[in-house]
Design a binder for this molecule. Structure first.
Ligand code: MLT
Length: 317
């Protein structure tokens, strides 16, 4: 019998699949401390997580029987991939399963920050009727700069074009002709920075992209740019962005992700009135959670059974 530990909240549809599996037994234990997790890891053949569990080298080493770590979602920055690879553990994610939710969250934030939706709501709820204070700007006719033109970046581009935006994208791994098919110009990062009225990030955190939105990058940006980040907080130097939101050139930002989550009490972005915040809700739709849960459970079970290994992000030795 395979033993599976689910250590972050997982959609019911995925848990039902585990329930029905005749050859697998699962425990769902969320909110464990590192010590608690280390203590139980030796019992399990598979670990299924979202972004809450830190599958670091210690946790993986404690998994004496561990064969596979399944990430219900896309980002694998909470898993020590080299340590897993060295230990022969497969790490897999579910690319595509929550891309629409994330693209829609990007559009939600772009629109809401442009039209002052949250402050306008708060003002009305406080008994005011203040129309003059909340004059917004339109997406139509503006330039959207997309950094990272993978699945989510492309879905955002399609939606932005429907709003009448001109879309520029930067991605060193994409061919210009593929972008052109979607009516998007693939350009240098500097050109994205200098021409975008809206800048949205859809790239993974790597040594090259960590804090890519830093002081020098912000200096290259257009006056009045609006920055959206639903990818990862570590892509942004938060102190530099806070400065740019107060002194220019950044007019506003909408952030779903933070360097540490929840954001630290002294995070310089939290109290700024020109920032719209959400608590990492990019993938938080009923549909996306059902998709990631069923997809990861099916992949993990197939991997344990030796049927097939899908969406592995490493090649274990
Ligand atoms: C992802 O990487 O899939 C999203 O950021 C959502 C999540 O972390 O659960």
């Amino acid at each position: 019998m395979f033993r599976v530990l689910v250590s972050d909240k997982l959609g019911t549809a995925g848990l039902e699949m585990l329930e029905k599996a005749a050859d697998a037994d699962y425990d769902m234990k969320t909110g464990l401390s590192k010590e608690e997790l280390l203590a139980i890891m030796p019992e399990y053949d598979a670990l299924i997580i979202r972004s809450g569990t830190q599958a670091d080298a210690d946790v993986l080493a404690a998994g004496k029987k561990l064969k596979v770590v399944g990430r219900a979602g896309i980002g694998v920055d909470n898993i020590d991939i080299p340590a897993a690879t060295a230990q022969g553990i497969v790490v897999m994610n579910t690319p595509g399963s929550n891309s629409i939710a994330t693209a829609e969250q990007t559009m939600t934030l772009m629109l809401a920050v442009s039209r002052h939706t949250v402050p306008a709501h708060n003002s009305l709820a406080a008994g005011e009727w203040n129309r003059a204070q909340f004059v917004g700007v339109e997406l139509h006719g503006k330039v959207l700069g997309i950094v990272g033109f993978g699945r989510i970046g492309r879905l955002v581009a399609e939606r932005a074009k429907a709003f009448g935006m001109t879309v520029l994208a930067h991605d060193p791994y994409v061919k210009a002709e593929d972008a052109a098919k979607l009516g998007v110009s693939l350009v240098s990062l500097d050109r994205v920075f200098s021409q975008a009225d809206y800048l949205t990030l859809h790239t993974a955190v790597t040594p090259q992209t960590t804090k890519m939105i830093n002081r020098p990058a912000l200096k290259k940006m257009k006056n009045g740019v609006i920055i959206i980040n639903v990818a990862r907080g570590k892509l942004i130097d938060e102190a530099a962005l806070a400065e740019a939101l107060q002194e220019g050139p950044v007019k506003a930002a909408a952030l779903d992700v933070y360097t540490s989550e929840p954001p630290a009490a002294d995070n310089p972005l939290i109290d700024l009135s020109n920032v719209l915040h959400t608590p990492h809700l990019g993938a938080s739709t009923v549909e996306a959670q059902r998709n990631v849960a069923t997809q990861i459970v099916s992949q993990v079970l197939d991997c344990l059974r030796g049927v097939e290994t899908r969406n592995a992000v490493n090649k274990p030795s």
